[in-house]
Design a protein around this ligand. Structure first.
Ligand SMILES: Cc1ncc(COP(=O)(O)O)c(C=O)c1O
Length: 383
């Protein structure tokens, strides 16, 4: 079935976070990570039917949903889980904060690799933990964990390791060897791992596939809390539905205790959309990834042709991590905003000298934004 990702959908007037930031200004918003595409027709129809029912009382996960998730994880990744390992959450950021509060004590350390999605840095602080930042490094144009530095950074107060798999913002799909090395370090230092896998449906390289961290083995699973959602892949973040997969009953209890009375239930539309997405959305997802791959290739080609801009190959996500250090721009996001493109400054992710560009939009809009970036760069070097 054909899906039209070229359609321009006007999101103004829908209180869209991404677009309202620049309301009344000619700035193309490419900052926060949602897509300018309509969700799959099957999802829209399922939510429409539920809305037409018109009664919106307290709602549990539909009986079919847990079974659909179990089947999906088995089919997509060969990962066998049990329905009782699932814990429903209104979002992953809630999940990250919940995990930080449930593991260890106040004053303990949470370890992560930087640059990284900013709630990995703010979540521990919100929950009165310290953050140990282990910088990733570029080797042959590939972003890698620094395992030596990781081990050297771990203190007796380190209890939790936050992993972004696939990685936002560097776009890596970690290999079995890399994940295995992290598992070895975690076991040696008795760390719990929280693996945020929200981008796992968005692998762009056809020769790579997502490996759930917990699928490495039963011993790894026993110390892992996996966070997932249909929201990133199927563009549902405004509906607030996510889940944790936790095989260890003690860890699960700790999370449930930390959530009690604080974390709200998922809403009825959130559950319904998630069910329809995993059950009926696969043809749409395949078409989406194909379209995003085309956008990714365009971004790579255009960025490489611009003086002072570069980026490492992006294996997954729709978020380009662009190195602007050679431009010596002190405030690159402000510079590009003045040129009519709204990007995230890398500083937000502990990545100074970078900007993050969200290319999940119709290609014509992306071309317009890339033209504006290119013109701004040319104007800067030829005053
Ligand atoms: C790695 C990562 N985790 C979590 C989220 C947000 O999750 P939620 O909207 O469910 O809180 C994002 C959004 O960009 C993300 O990139």
């Amino acid at each position: 079935m054909p899906f039209d990702f070229d359609e321009i959908i006007d999101r103004r007037g829908t209180a869209a976070l991404k677009w309202d930031k620049y309301a009344g200004r000619d700035v193309i918003p490419m900052w926060v990570a949602d897509m300018d595409f309509r969700s799959p027709p099957a999802v829209v129809e399922a939510v429409r039917q539920r809305v037409e029912h018109g009664v919106f009382g307290y709602t549990d996960a539909p009986a079919e949903l847990n079974a659909v998730i179990v089947a999906h994880l088995q089919q997509a990744y060969g990962w066998r889980i049990k329905a009782e390992w699932l814990m429903w959450l209104p979002g992953l950021v809630t999940g990250i904060n919940l995990v930080c509060s449930a593991i260890g004590e106040e004053g303990d350390d949470v370890v992560t690799a930087t640059p990284v999605y900013h709630p990995f840095l703010t979540g521990p602080v919100n929950q009165r933990r310290g953050v140990v930042r282990v910088p990733m490094h570029l080797e042959g144009n590939r972003w890698l964990w620094d395992f030596e530095r990781l081990e050297a950074s771990i203190t007796p107060r380190s209890k939790l390791l936050l992993l972004c798999n696939p990685h936002n913002p560097v776009g890596r799909v970690f290999s079995k060897e890399e994940l295995g090395e992290l598992a070895r370090v975690a076991a040696k230092h008795d760390l719990v791992i929280c693996s945020d896998e929200i981008h796992c449906g968005l692998i762009l390289d056809t020769d790579k596939s997502h490996i759930p961290f917990a699928a490495l083995g039963d011993d790894v699973s026993a110390r892992t809390i996996t966070l997932m959602a249909a929201s990133k892949t199927f563009n549902l973040p405004g509906l607030g539905c996510a889940f944790a997969v936790v095989s260890d009953p003690t860890l699960r209890k700790r999370l449930e205790r930390a959530a009690a009375g604080i974390v709200p239930r998922v809403t009825a539309p959130g559950f319904v959309a998630t069910l329809a997405a995993y059950r009926d959305g696969e043809p749409w997802r395949v078409a989406l990834v194909d379209y995003l791959r085309g956008n990714r290739n365009l971004v790579m080609d255009r960025i490489h042709a611009m003086a002072g801009l570069s980026m490492a190959p992006l294996e997954a996500t729709y978020l380009a991590w662009i190195n602007v250090q050679a431009t010596q721009l002190r405030e690159p996001a402000k510079f590009f905003e003045q040129a009519g493109v709204g990007l995230y400054d890398g500083k937000v992710f502990d990545g100074e000298g970078y900007v993050r560009l969200n290319f999940a939009c119709p290609r014509s809009l992306l071309v317009k934004a890339l033209d504006r970036i290119a013109e701004a760069i040319v104007r800067r070097i030829t005053p």
